[in-house]
Design a protein. Structure first.
Length: 651
């Protein structure tokens, strides 16, 4: 059963399972519609702008016809809008001045409303972007380690930043334009129909061609936009890895190679853009050409109608009407041209939306049940019952683990690299869940416990402890921000970190470098230990905390580890006998299975991996002791090897 469960283990939703473009577009629209009042305000402002624009065109045409009638009194009479006419006693100059003043007032109102609409758009987009980034970040905090195992750092950073911006851009440059495009096209088409139905039909001759080309263009460039985002992920990953690995880069004098690698990633992004730009530009030019063709056809047809009805007082189309129609068509064509911009924006936004949606839609594998059991303070009784686990389908890492730990006892895990030691530790705080079997704490299945309560009952010290670029106090109090200075100092003293902290420039207020780069390995481990101790957890997990430090530094923090483990259920991954002999039980893992278990005294006398490790370390310890004794005899050191007594114990 366990093997089948591992084989059927599923990870986060794959890109192939993402919703269609239409559903992604609806999802993006829903983000904007979550702010209905702002959307309504924006729509109202754009409708007012549209009304003012149409009114301005209408007044311009009336003014032209009025002037033409004044020059040639037998010409067609102007068609006053809404039946409004100037008073009979007004002179031509007064009428022209009034029309000019009205046009100026409308222009000023349009400028004012454009500013208000731009401000409203900015506020809406900013609200969407802020909300979306918070949602993505919140989701990232709640996803299991499996998601981070399957996605590169650069990709995750891009999804929370530039991809989120791309989705918000949809609201600014696509959603609003799509809505206003539909409204304005309807308004202008009705406006043109009222002027002359035949010209309106002529103006729409090229519309089917535009629709077909737009659909074909969208299908063509969508994969290119997806590749563009992936290449940008690789560029960010290259930059992030280089910054994080500067010591390695400089240590191997590989600056030139890294520069070449970044250039290659940057050039790949540039080449992809070069592929996109010509096609996007050609599409813009084609759409613009269709718009100009529309205008030419309208002017030809309209000019023919005006000439045919020349000399009539009430012709079906005046020169002023043709001027208004041409102006309306120019705006109409501009809206149609905007389709090309919308198509580009929509493609980019849908690509970004798919990547953001993948994060938000990924199932939270590790979460608190609705009826979860609260856990105030655990006793620390831990049991693994036929536990299986695999990171990927068909590839098991742990197989049929069964063991128990009594409260306050210490269990050490020993095994070769890749045997599953760290994986075993990661199951207890539910960084992952078993694919079969169960783990219990005080008799409760971990999956039935409140997740936050569970993790606050467990202190974890990793092999490579991560420290933040902040004060020493803030790093120790990371899991308990409200902790007083006295509480922080007490934890530091237990971890034997207080003395070296007080030697720093500003003591507990000293800001340490990123990832604790200004501290030694032993100092970083003691700060990490203090951080775990501050929570006073009943369970302590130590993931080979002394592996990356030398024996002398290990000796310095062993006392801290002993103090930290006192009275706590402890699981420690270890390779050194100085740690293993302190355990109440040692489990030896091999390819995810327990192949030996017992105390140090029991295992050291049996054939097997444990005895082999013990013999090698005793031999190494003897060599170190002889060398140290020789250096003491020669006066090179002041004291002989401090671990002499331990050597005898290990043997």
């Amino acid at each position: 059963m366990g093997v089948d469960a591992v084989a059927n283990a599923k990870g986060p939703k794959s890109p192939s399972e993402l919703p269609s473009n239409w559903k992604l577009t609806r999802w993006m629209a829903g983000l904007a519609l979550a702010y209905p009042w702002r959307c309504l305000l924006l729509l109202t402002l754009h409708l007012l702008l549209l009304a003012l624009q149409v009114s301005g065109l209408r007044l311009t045409g009336v003014t032209f016809d009025f002037l033409a009638h004044q020059v040639k009194t037998d010409g067609p009479l102007p068609r006053w809008p809404l039946g409004l006419q100037p008073p009979p006693g007004w002179s031509a100059q007064q009428v022209v001045l009034a029309l000019g003043a009205a046009i100026i007032i409308l222009a000023v109102l349009r400028v004012t409303l454009r500013y208000a609409a731009a401000m409203a758009t900015g506020h809406l987009v900013n609200a969407i972007l802020t909300h979306l980034r918070v949602r993505v970040y919140d989701q990232l905090q709640r996803l299991s380690f499996r998601f981070f195992d399957q996605h590169e750092t650069g990709s995750i950073i891009n999804r929370a930043t530039s991809d989120a911006s791309g989705v918000a851009t949809f609201a600014e440059f696509a959603l609003i334009q799509i809505v206003m495009l539909g409204v304005s096209l309807a308004v202008y088409f009705v406006f043109m129909l009222r002027i002359n139905p035949l010209l309106s039909v002529v103006a729409l001759i090229t519309t089917p061609v535009l629709a077909i080309v737009s659909v074909l263009y969208s299908k063509k460039v969508r994969p290119a936009y997806e590749r563009d985002r992936k290449l940008y992920d690789e560029l960010i990953l290259t930059l992030a890895e280089n910054i994080q690995g500067q010591h390695v880069v400089k240590g191997f004098a590989l600056e030139a190679q890294q520069i070449a690698r970044f250039h290659a990633a940057n050039d790949a992004v540039r080449e992809q853009k070069r592929w996109l730009f010509p096609r996007a530009s050609l599409y813009h030019v084609f759409v613009g050409g269709l718009s100009q063709l529309n205008l030419v056809l309208v002017l030809l047809a309209g000019g023919y109608i005006v000439i045919q009805h020349h000399g009539e007082l009430h012709p079906p189309l005046t020169v002023g009407d043709l001027l208004i129609f041409a102006g309306a068509l120019r705006v109409f064509s501009g809206q149609v041209e905007a389709i090309s911009n919308i198509a580009n924006t929509l493609q980019a936004s849908q690509t970004a939306a798919g990547r953001v949606y993948e994060v938000l839609a990924t199932k939270r594998e590790i979460d608190t049940k609705a009826n979860a059991v609260p856990l105030k303070r655990a006793r620390g009784a831990v049991a693994f019952e036929h536990v299986y686990f695999g990171y990927q389908a068909g590839r098991g890492v742990l197989e049929d683990l069964t063991f128990t730990i009594a409260p306050g006892k210490c269990v050490a895990i020993l095994g070769e690299t890749g045997s599953g030691k760290s994986t075993l530790l990661s199951l207890l705080p539910r960084f992952y869940d078993p694919t079969a079997g169960r783990i219990t704490l005080d008799g409760h299945d971990l999956r039935d416990l409140n997740l936050t309560d569970l993790r606050r009952n467990i202190g974890v010290v990793f092999q490579e402890s991560f420290l933040f670029s902040n004060t020493v106090h803030a790093n120790i109090a990371f899991g308990h921000p409200q902790a007083s200075r006295e509480m922080v100092e007490r934890a530091a003293k237990i971890a034997q970190a207080h003395d070296f902290i007080m030697e720093l420039a500003q003591g507990y207020d000293t800001i340490i470098g990123e990832q604790g780069s200004t501290l030694s390995g032993g100092q970083r481990q003691r700060l990490a230990l203090a951080r775990a101790i501050l929570l006073e957890p009943p369970i302590l997990l130590l993931d080979d905390a002394t592996a990356a430090i030398d024996p002398e530094t290990e000796h310095e923090i062993m006392g801290a580890l002993d103090a930290a483990m006192a009275g706590r259920t402890t699981i420690v991954v270890a390779h050194r006998l100085s740690t293993l002999r302190r355990a109440d039980l040692v489990l030896v893992l091999d390819h995810g299975r327990i192949v030996q278990q017992g105390t140090h005294a029991q295992l050291v006398g049996r054939d097997g991996h444990y005895a082999d490790v013990a013999k090698l370390q005793v031999a190494d310890e003897e060599s170190r002791w002889i060398l140290q004794a020789a250096r003491w005899d020669n006066g090179e050191v002041d004291t002989p090897l401090l671990e002499l007594g331990h050597k005898g114990d290990d043997a």
